[in-house]
Design a protein around this ligand. Structure first.
Ligand SMILES: Nc1ncnc2c1ncn2[C@@H]1O[C@H](COP(=O)(O)OP(=O)(O)O)[C@@H](O)[C@H]1O
Ligand SMILES: [Mg+2]
Ligand SMILES: [Zn+2]
Length: 556
């Protein structure tokens, strides 16, 4: 006996409108047109790959040419139907524009168009990836579309609608084929697996459906791969390995580390991900869908169908989600989206990933603005002759208090110390030039430098100073590559070879003497500092913003 194996995607190609999943609008409109005998001369099906364009085109062809047709329920047993299914009907021509881009094919097509259907009612041309045609071929096609003989129907399909000339578009009835939802893919896979007598867990079906990203064809090809690898009893672990899926555990591990604000653990886990040779962009996408899931559990509860996970995972997710507010999760998501974008072009994806995750840790410390406003309202009433940063900050807080968003006030205050000693003017100019040169060369290094306490140009060279609080950035900046880059830029800006040092300093208390100050009238810095520190409002303020006092000065 000869065993023939037909790939799932082909074997399970829908043969009727009813079986096409997830395209109700297109299916319904086409059915109505057939019922009312108002067939257009040209249709354009636009949508991602594997969502049913070719499938639907063939069903339309059968609906028109079935011996019982035109009918919305082609019989699928007559010669005409069977030939169309097999792809060898002489009256239904499929042209793949991706491989036949030329004018010759379209000329031939135009010749062909003139002749009536050999046997069936209609001559149907299905042109796949129509956007790939050359301009000449488009023009030739256009002529045909302008005066189509009555027995001809064109079905054009494209994955890139924006590349189809408007002149062609305007002559077609246009349908958008949407991506297939996770649930629709899951259900279809589940159905196919049971028909094929394949034992596969919900977990694995979920993993496959998720990896397919809206393409039914991809989902079915993946299922094929999995079956040919595992046989008829599919093992979850093997599926994950086969598809390079990040284990749920690892994602949860990261979440736990975020909950515990444990940067070291996060860096260790990033290392683990890197060592295992996983694609970091893929990893970030998995993190994104993980945080989306957390948000969904939070909003919709654990039994929601929207979440592509098993119920066991859901319970765990719910527990994790309990540690975050919705705002937190949205913010993390946004940070990861940015990170994913950065990874795309980065030559150092690992750095970006690490930075992204550190940003999440920082974002976690943000306090909803309503809370801040409530806590600070009292502060503004109490002005004790001390014009501390309190006033300025609470005013800016108040001005945006109607917004529901949160403000990243903590770091802002840290990076804008109230009074900085700053290097003297000329060297500070050079510092600024250096900073902007770095920003142009590497946004990454530049953003590390943004966390520096100070950048000083000294006789001996350049010193980038970090306080212990920003130790992470200090360590990130240390790489030989970064130092070399800074040195190269500094050399050319200063005009002679510079030594570059990145150092950790104790958060300094700077002895400043601003020109407009009259030192003789002022209490000493340490007296002032004591006064400020003992002020209960200042304490509250520092707590709220997680701030620190870098300097004080007496105002007149
Ligand atoms: N909407 C859908 N419903 C059910 N199966 C689908 C659907 N879309 C695609 N498939 C499956 O994927 C395979 C390829 O689909 P196809 O129609 O060729 O996609 P494309 O949109 O790229 O033309 C089909 O044989 C079928 O098994
Ligand atoms: Mg196709
Ligand atoms: Zn038929």
């Amino acid at each position: 006996m000869v065993m023939s194996y037909q790939v799932i995607a082909r074997k399970w190609r829908p043969q009727t409108f009813e079986d096409v999943v997830g395209q109700p609008a297109a299916a319904q409109t086409l059915r109505n047109a057939i019922l009312q005998n108002r067939i257009a001369h040209a249709y354009l099906f636009a949508g991602a790959r594997g969502v049913g364009k070719t499938t639907t085109a063939r069903i339309v062809a059968k609906a028109l040419n079935c011996v019982q047709g035109p009918t919305i329920t082609p019989c699928n047993v007559c010669d005409s139907c069977q030939e169309i299914t097999a792809g060898n009907s002489i009256d239904v021509l499929e042209i793949d524009a991706a491989s036949n881009r030329g004018i010759d094919e379209i000329r031939e097509l135009r010749e062909n168009v003139k002749y009536a259907a050999a046997r069936d009612r209609y001559k149907i041309f299905i042109i796949d990836e129509v956007h790939m045609l050359t301009t000449e071929a488009f023009n030739a096609l256009l002529k045909t579309l302008e005066e189509p003989p009555p027995h001809v129907v064109f079905v054009l399909a494209t994955t890139e609608l924006h590349k189809v000339p408007a002149t062609v578009l305007s002559r077609c009835q246009h349908f958008n084929f949407r991506a297939i939802s996770h649930k629709e893919i899951f259900d279809r896979l589940s159905y196919i697996a049971s028909q094929e007598q394949v034992q596969i867990s919900h977990e694995s079906l979920n993993v496959i459906a998720r990896a397919a990203e809206g393409s039914m064809r991809d989902a079915q090809s993946l299922l094929d791969q999995v079956i040919s690898f595992c046989g008829n009893e599919v093992d979850d672990e093997q599926v994950r390995n086969l598809l390079g899926i990040i284990p749920q555990q690892l994602l949860e591990g990261f979440t736990q580390a975020i909950i515990e604000t444990d940067p070291k653990q996060i860096l260790l886990m990033v290392d683990q991900v890197v060592q295992s040779g996983r694609n970091l962009q893929h990893f970030v996408r998995e993190m994104l869908s993980h945080f989306r899931n957390l948000l969904l559990v939070k909003i919709a509860g654990e039994d929601d169908q929207l979440i592509p996970l098993s119920s066991m995972d859901l319970a765990r997710l719910k527990e994790l989600a309990g540690h975050f507010s919705e705002e937190d999760l949205v913010r993390f998501f946004t940070i990861l989206v940015t990170t994913e974008g950065e990874l795309r072009w980065s030559s150092q994806p690992r750095f970006h990933l690490e930075m992204g995750l550190m940003k999440i840790l920082q974002a976690k410390r943000l306090i909803p603005i309503e809370e801040l406003v409530a806590g600070l309202a009292e502060l503004t009433d109490a002005e004790k002759g001390l014009d501390s940063p309190t006033k300025e900050a609470s005013q800016s807080t108040r001005s945006s208090s109607t917004s529901k968003f949160t403000a990243n006030l903590g770091p802002k205050i840290r990076s804008q110390p109230q009074v900085t000693a700053g290097p003297d003017a000329p060297s500070s100019n050079l510092t600024e030039r250096l900073k902007s040169a770095i920003a142009q060369r590497s946004p990454m290094v530049s953003s590390l430098m943004d966390h520096a306490h100070d950048v000083q140009l000294m006789e001996a060279g350049i010193e980038v100073q970090f306080t212990n609080q920003n130790r992470f950035y200090y360590e990130m900046l240390q790489s030989a590559e970064n130092l070399e880059m800074i040195k190269e830029l500094a050399d050319s800006i200063v005009g002679r070879p510079q030594r570059v040092k990145v150092v950790l300093i104790n958060a300094p208390f700077q002895q400043t003497s601003l020109p407009n100050e009259k030192p003789s009238q002022n209490p000493s810095k340490s007296q002032l500092l004591d006064r400020v520190k003992s002020d209960s409002n200042v304490k509250k303020f520092l707590d709220a913003f997680q701030g620190e006092i870098t300097d004080v000065k007496e105002l007149k």
